[in-house]
Design a protein around this ligand. Structure first.
Ligand code: TRP
Length: 385
């Protein structure tokens, strides 16, 4: 029996089919027979969401989503990070043994620095252009122009200058926003994440590739603590990165992804799904022509259709007669609606029963609080607070 834990930030994005088959369902499989928990990383979301009401709503929505996909009587514990009062304390203890140099290596921080530098470069470049432009104007004046021509020129210049300063203002604003976003919590984010993981003696942490470095840092931090206090208090967790066996194209043919905005949402309403499916890029075979099976409609059906239904679709594609991509798309919509129905039904009924969701979160938190309390007894005795 392994302890499996993962966290999800409530940043307000809704779950799509890619998340479902690449992360959520594998977690469900991994959880079976193990001690598994998912938490809503609302403290981590604080680094970028600065609106209390919004964050609270998004956190609840995320809990609802996970409960809907895993089922209301799932064995997986679901809890809110902020309901574990000892996490910030452990965060501080761990921060006190974490080298500054370790944080400087974090991708998240380095990416921020890079973007900021790039922006400054852009601004500097435009200031340079501005200077050249002014030189040009001075020259124009010194050569002299007369009458209306002069007035026109002056107006042009004023307009251009206004444009340039508006542009500069905009860029400066972007820079200011970047500076504000790179807050201290963003910088120390990996330490809080280590606290999340180490608090419960987690063995395995299922994460996306982008989180591997954070997991390595959690291991480094566990080791730093154990070495400092000469005791094996914290277990070094391992990351579990799911190999994406299923290819899942988005509606534009690229990999389904939030950032490409090409996804089919698990909770998209029927009309939206239909509209998006209609946009799936397909071949130009005629209505009665056989159609190659490497088309994206079939690729999606392959993941979500029952074997019988898929076999029937395959046959129709291969034969072709009277079966166009339009027909196949309608079938895909049916397949998805059927597949998603239990999840969506659960979502609707849970939405009308927020007390139940809160109860699940309370139970989850109670279980995890018991674990961290035991752990912190050892920790606080060792560190002397
Ligand atoms: N940083 C993770 C993300 O952005 C969320 C997270 C916070 C997390 N704490 C965690 C994931 C602990 C795994 C374990 O997705």
């Amino acid at each position: 029996m392994k302890k499996i834990l993962t966290g999800v930030k409530p940043t307000g994005t809704s779950m799509h089919l890619g998340n479902l088959v690449w992360a959520v369902l594998p977690f469900d499989r991994l959880a079976r027979g193990n001690d598994a928990a998912i938490f809503i990383a609302d403290l981590h979301a604080l680094t970028s969401v600065h609106d209390g009401e919004k964050l609270r709503k998004q956190s609840f929505e995320l809990a609802l989503t996970y409960l809907a996909v895993h089922g209301p009587d799932t064995e997986i514990s679901i809890f809110r990070q902020s309901d574990i009062a000892l996490i910030p304390k452990l965060n501080w203890v761990l921060g006190s043994v974490t080298p500054y140099s370790l944080m400087l290596r974090a991708h998240s921080y380095k990416d921020f620095q890079q973007e900021r530098e790039d922006l400054f470069r852009v601004i500097a470049h435009h200031e340079w252009r501005n200077e050249v432009y002014e030189d040009f104007l001075r020259l124009t004046w010194s050569r002299g122009t007369g009458g209306n021509h002069e007035k026109n020129l002056r107006r042009n210049i004023e307009e251009m200058e206004e444009k340039i300063s508006a542009w500069k203002e905009k860029l400066n604003d972007v820079v200011r926003r970047f500076e504000n976003n790179l807050n201290m919590a963003t910088f120390t984010y990996p330490i809080l994440m280590a606290a999340d993981i180490l608090a419960y003696d987690t063995d395995v942490v299922p994460v996306g590739k982008d989180q591997i470095q954070h997991l390595e840092m959690a291991r480094d931090i566990a080791r730093a603590f154990n070495k400092t206090y000469g005791q094996d208090v914290f277990k070094e967790p391992v990351a579990h990165v799911e190999k994406a066996v299923e290819t899942l194209p988005g509606i534009d043919g690229r990999k389904m992804s939030k950032s490409y905005d090409n996804f089919l949402g698990v909770f998209d309403d029927e009309k939206t799904l239909k509209k998006k499916i209609a946009q799936i890029v397909t071949g130009s075979e005629g209505l009665d022509d056989p159609k190659p099976l490497d088309n994206d409609v079939y690729a999606l059906a392959k993941v979500f259709a029952t074997p019988e239904r898929l076999a029937a679709m395959r046959e129709k594609f291969e034969k072709g007669t009277g079966y166009g991509y339009g027909h196949a798309k309608m079938e895909l919509l049916e397949i998805l609606l059927e597949y998603l129905k239990p999840i969506r039904d659960r979502y609707e009924s849970l939405k009308n029963n927020p007390e139940f969701v809160e109860e699940v979160l309370r139970k989850g938190a109670a279980k995890m609080n018991a674990k961290i309390e035991a752990k912190m007894e050892v920790v606080t005795r060792l560190v002397g607070v």
